[in-house]
Structure formats: C-alpha cells, structure tokens
Design a protein around this ligand. Sequence first.
Ligand SMILES: Nc1ncnc2c1ncn2[C@@H]1O[C@H](COP(=O)(O)OP(=O)(O)OP(=O)(O)O)[C@@H](O)[C@H]1O
Ligand SMILES: [Mg+2]
Length: 345
Amino acid sequence: MSFISKLMDMVSSFSTHCAMDLGTANTLIYLKGEGIVLNEPSVVALERDTGRIIAVGREAKEYIGKTPPHISAIRPLKDGVIADFDVAKAMIKYFLNMVKETRKISKPKMVVCVPSGITQVEKKAVVDACFQVGIRDIHLLEEPMAAAIGAQLPIELPRGNMVCDIGGGTTEVAIISLSANAYSESLRVAGDEMDEAIVRHLQKKYQVAVGVNAAERIKMQVGSAYPGAASGSMNVVGKDLVNGIPKTIAVTADDVREAIEEPVEAIIDAVKRALEKLPPELVSDLKDSGMVLTGGGALLKGLDKRISERTSLEVHVPEDPLICVVMGSGRALEEIQRYKKVFIN
Ligand SMILES: Nc1ncnc2c1ncn2[C@@H]1O[C@H](COP(=O)(O)OP(=O)(O)OP(=O)(O)O)[C@@H](O)[C@H]1O
Ligand SMILES: [Mg+2]
C-alpha cells in the first residue's frame, strides 16, 4: 500500500460515517454504530426579507399555513428532489448541527438517498448542497434500493425482490435482483397528493377550506384505500367558503377514501405496470415472496389489501415503514464492502 493510500485510510478512519434520507416530508440521519439520531419534518421557517431561519423541522411544520406575511414556512424538497437549493442547504446544515450538539462529528462521510428517477441536474443539486455544508465524501443510493435493504430483502440473490416506497413526494416501485434494479419507476404521486386531494374534496363537498396539515391528520386518522379498512368520522374545523367563518364538519372515512381515490389508483397502476414489464421468471419469484410496502404511505389503512387484491401478490408492511430507507442506507454504510455495488457512481 502506498504512503498516500495509507494516509487516505487513516483520514477516513477519523471521519464520521452517516446516512441521510433527505425526504420530501421527513429527513432522517443515521450514524454508523449508533443508529437513527435525527428524524424531523423537512420544513424550514424563515424571515422573507433577511432569510433568517426562525424554526426548522417539527416546529416549522406547525407554522405551515399560519405564518404572518413576513415569514414563510418552506418545504425545500418537492417530488423527492431539491426545489429550493438555499433553503435545502440551510436545512441540512441545521440538522447536522443538531446532531453535532451532542456528539463530535468530523469530516462527515455521507450516504444520501435519492429517488431512482433523479436527473443529473437534480443529483448535482444534492451533492452540491451536501458539499457546501462541509460533507466531503458523498455516496448516493437510490431510495428503493435503500428501502429494500432496510426491509431486509435478500437483494443480492438472483431473484425478484419487489419494493414500493410511498413517501410524501414520490412513489418508487422497483424490482431488485443481484444488487441491481431489474425495473424501477419513480412516480411523482404520493402522500402530498393525497393531502391536496382531501383539501379539494372538502372544498367541493362541504364548501369548507382546510389546510394541508389538517388534511394530513385526516388522512392518518380516517383515511383508507379499502372499503371498511377505516370507519367513523373526524370533526374538523375549517373556513366556510361562503361567509368566511369557522365551520365544523364531520369528515367520514368514506369521504376520505373517495377523495384519495385518484392518487391511490395511480400508485396501484405503477405497481401493475412494473409487473407487466417484468420477465416471467421474476414475476414467478414474486408469487412466492410477494412485495414490500415502505415509506409513510405504507401506513395508509387497507392499501396493502387493495394492492394485494389487484395484483394477487402478498403485500408485506414492515413494522416501521417510515424508517426503512434510512435503516437500509445505514446498513449499506455499516457493510460498505458487501453493498458497494448498490451505490450510484
Ligand atoms: N398513518 C399514515 N397514514 C397515511 N399516510 C401516512 C401515515 N403516516 C405518514 N403518512 C404519510 O407518509 C408521507 C411521509 O412518508 P415518508 O417520510 O416516507 O416520506 P419522505 O421520505 O419524506 O418523502 P419522499 O420519499 O417522497 O421524498 C406523508 O405524506 C405522510 O402524510
Ligand atoms: Mg422517502
């Protein structure tokens, strides 16, 4: 080994290894040897004129729809990719500093998850944002690959492993065999579209306006993708569109199922498209192993049953689908030699 490569190895052994799931809805950071050390909504509240940050993460999410004119609450990622570069950079820096408050982190080496359909320009934005906040060694990993590793699928085997990761901005469908994608599609329809569909539905049906945070709570509480998977109703206070005064409505499970039908159907179509495009050997593998649903959207009640009925595959939901991507990238980091083939160049 040359002197230079020995020196590089020494430097590398002093650096901190971490993995980040930079999601449209949530950002999670994993530290090698420790596990998940940060899990916060991807939201930044800042002063419009000065750009001064007022809140980041959970607190900033509460500001959405409630800010006075001089403050804006921004989600810097849209559809799984960076939409506001400066705000995304500020958010990553803030989150890294939060982690650094309680532990020493030097020269972070980072695995960052990106959607499988990401363009070169979008990839460059992620790398530049990380580089500009001091991360020196950046490895990109596609989200469905990370989700599959996190869900403990045997991705290295010559057989079909199917994963569908439904986040806030994107739904990623992939079939992985021999540590590579045999098929992948990144659909820009996921949880956010469901929230927006609920807002539109309540406006149309009850002439009441609600914010996207309220719509998300409705989706989580009484939302479902299969008749009978959710029941009852939830009282929601919105703004009467006729006279502007507060109005309480009882939103039923049927209302929400009807409201989100279009995005749910778009997700099922993406799953079916994947099966149609696969060679028969891989499809027959899936008959035995089924598919795994990850991401927050996997928690939508009855979605597993609905997909299963439409595809005649068994659909599995891991215990905590929201952390699969970051756990998978963490695992790839812990066993970097074993998983070296899965990173994007
Ligand atoms: N119980 C639930 N029922 C339905 N949807 C849920 C539930 N819990 C979370 N979600 C939704 O999951 C989404 C967030 O999931 P996740 O954190 O996996 O997304 P993300 O990784 O940030 O986004 P992306 O991967 O698209 O960039 C949100 O739209 C949220 O509303
Ligand atoms: Mg995600």
